[in-house]
Design a protein around this ligand. Sequence first.
Ligand SMILES: [Zn+2]
Length: 167
Amino acid sequence: MDQICIDVTENYLPPTENPPIREDKAGLAQELDRRWKNGSKIRIRFINGSESLKERIKNAAETWLEHVNLTFEWISEGESDIRIYLTTGDGSWSYIGTGALKIPQNKPTMQFGWLSEDTSDVELNRVVIHEFGHMLGFIHEHQNPKDNPIIWDKAEVYRRYRGAPNF
Ligand SMILES: [Zn+2]
């Protein structure tokens, strides 16, 4: 089974009961109050990782730049908006949009839990584009409360996800 992303928020609870959500032109759900200002330059720093893996992640992440009015500045030291931690045997996640700015400088704002030199390009692109989507303010589609067309088979959902790691 594909490994999935863990939801994280800089607060233990969402900032408001019903955060304002809108769909962008592509129909993606985005949290309006965590969007980066148009034209922002987002400073991104890797906490660790090999040069080759960092390069692959950068290339995958920059796929987004064709679709947003933002720039990424990859820095190797100093204060950053986004800090990426690479580890293995743990989950992948990212804070949503500008929520990352509330995280202390000594903590990651995005984690990749299973990327290595051996990861295929398909899997690396999938995970990096997914987590950078969160960094840009997008949420999982099932969290979009608006006109949600998904009709859940609740019994099946509970059956499938009641085991590890979803306690
Ligand atoms: Zn996710």
